[in-house]
Design a protein around this ligand. Sequence first.
Ligand code: NAP
Length: 252
Amino acid sequence: MKADTVDLLILAGTFEARQLAHAVFKASPNLAAVVSYAGIVSDLPDLPLPSRIGGFGGVEGLADYLRKKDVRLVVDATHPYAAQMSRNAAIACEQTGTALIRLERASWLPSEEDNWTGVSSMDAACDQLEPQSRVFLAVGRKDLQPFLKRDDLFALARMIEPPDYALPSGWHLELARPAQSVEAELDLLQRHRITRLVCKNSGGTRAFAKLEAARLLKLPVTMVERPKLPSTTTASAVEELLEMISAQLMTS
Ligand code: NAP
């Protein structure tokens, strides 16, 4: 075996990826596992496993990495909307004969008190906004562009790191991760007199408080549907993933 082989490559970028890294290390401290980040945010979490940062260079670059490091299993624990990375992982794993498991969080479902409209893209979300809306764009910095063409809007745009282009002067840029408390989200929505929320169906618990706040204020929500991803083996939770990883890598 080569000294720098990698048994497990975790494609990270989610809270679950972080949880998984800790769980893998606890279950098997000697497993050669690497956590990979796109490098989009600068404050990466402390992890017990080694990490690498930055794109691989498309399918070809990833396939090359998988071959060079003799990777046995790739876990795609990227965000449900990180479609490019998930597609690249599926193709590169197929090409190199590497096992792949994707973490697929369940989507959020509306309750009877919710007023959600599903749309298939950010462009469709933008076209659907009522004139003069005061909209909370909880979509991240990569997906704001379509909304810039609407000069009648006020937008509260929340993201972790600022975009590399200027936002319209009347907009409010909120540099923050999603708030974990409904009270904080209620305060934000009320302070900016928001009339509609636009967001992704990320699933999980970390970004749901805004939807509870919208429900309490009876605000309409535009829910941009998830991108379609290649079919592969999936797990819906970290515990299930860990069992699957154990079965493949920790028994021999
Ligand atoms: P994306 O559009 O699917 O990926 C764009 C490119 O970024 C990929 O082709 C790849 O570059 C690189 N990349 C993405 N994830 C990577 C990883 N874990 N390790 C190494 N390279 C990676 O993804 P994105 O929407 O930009 O998201 C980037 C990261 O932010 C992901 O890890 C994702 O989980 C996280 N994130 C995304 C969202 C979202 O709404 N999109 C929300 C929260 C967190 P190469 O082609 O050069 O390999």
